[in-house]
Design a protein around this ligand. Structure first.
Ligand code: SF4
Length: 329
């Protein structure tokens, strides 16, 4: 029996190359070693969204990118959180064993209160409870997390531990699989790559767009003229070369330091490398995009498989909690 991995991802639409190098590659590498459940957490997204106008499209485009990149629906369960309503049920039941004080001290809750003071909704404070329900509903044993997410997972472990101690054992305590998600620099050279900062390159971008975006990127700020010697360690183009042009990194490093290569040529080389890397992806994506029923079918199948597990868990939970069964005395 393979151990079960659970991972949830907020729907963010078309994925950028930072998403690929961070989350997507990691999911692909796990799918041969574990029983993986990958979930698009659209309910979580509602805690911060001002409008749901783009939500459906964002879910669809993200799943399309994932499938085209190599997430295999035969090996994994891939589904949308709201398609399996039992998670809301477990969230409510877990909320009865979770002291409010645990939730109010969560640092991300405090950050969100600052970030959206006009919309401090109940969902924000209950976010870790819903996250725990996501994992526990499928009896997830392993959760891939970055170091910054460890406190959230610890809270999930505390909640299931409390449930188990009050009502009897149902849930394994999920273990962290510490994953070092590489920090992908954005084109602005300041922030990490993110849609919020408009400093990204989409995985699906055509070669012309990749070239255009790369050409706008900041480089070594101390290199003003072509004849200036560069400092590749200060340059985000160089950092991206490490991922996309690994075989020429030493050469670029040396050429840059001796002004043997100019930034324009260096950027052109990077744009070509990125474009080549994602060429098979773009082709597969175009084929999948022409079959929208295929994507919705994959998600429906994933939801059915997830729901079968969820129903079993909810039955077990209600039995342990001694809730009266419908139609029984
Ligand atoms: S030559 Fe390349 S690595 Fe050097 S500063 Fe210019 S863009 Fe950066």
């Amino acid at each position: 029996m393979l151990k079960r991995v659970f991972s949830g991802f907020r729907p963010t639409g078309k994925q950028h190359i930072g998403n690929y190098l961070g989350a997507i590659q990691n999911c692909i590498s796990l799918q041969d070693e574990y029983d993986c459940i990958y979930c698009v957490v659209d309910i979580h997204a509602l805690t911060t969204l001002e409008s749901t106008e783009r939500l459906q499209g964002d879910v669809y485009e993200m799943v399309l990118d994932w499938l085209a990149a190599g997430i295999d629906p035969q090996k994994n369960i891939l589904f949308v959180q709201s398609h399996v309503p039992q998670v809301m049920e477990l969230h409510t039941l877990f909320s009865m064993v979770t002291p409010l004080s645990w939730l109010l001290r969560v640092p991300t809750f405090k950050e969100k209160v600052k970030a959206q003071p006009h919309n401090v909704n109940y969902g924000l404070v209950g976010y870790p409870v819903l996250m725990t329900a996501d994992i526990a509903l499928y009896k997830g044993e392993i959760v891939p997390v970055g170091e910054d997410q460890l406190p959230h997972l610890e809270l999930a472990r505390e909640i299931v531990r409390r449930f188990n101690s009050i009502y009897g054992f149902v849930f394994p305590e999920p273990q962290a699989k510490l994953t070092s998600f590489p920090l992908i620099p954005g084109l602005d050279g300041v922030q990490k790559m993110s849609k919020s900062y408009n400093n990204y390159i989409e995985m699906a971008a055509p070669p012309e767009e990749i070239m255009e975006r790369v050409m706008t990127a900041f480089t070594d700020p101390a290199r003003q003229y072509r004849s200036d010697q560069g400092h590749p360690d200060m340059c985000n183009i160089f950092r991206l070369h490490k991922f996309f042009t690994p075989t020429r990194v030493e050469e670029i490093d040396s050429e840059c330091r001796h002004a043997g290569i100019g930034c324009v040529d260096c950027k052109k080389m990077l744009a070509q490398s990125i474009s080549l890397t994602f060429e098979p992806f773009r082709e597969k994506r175009a084929i999948l995009a022409s079959k929208p029923n295929y994507i919705t079918g994959i998600l429906a199948e994933g939801a059915s498989r997830a729901e079968a597990i969820a129903k079993e868990t909810i039955k077990e939970v209600k039995d342990k909690m001694r809730l009266l069964k419908r139609g029984k005395v």
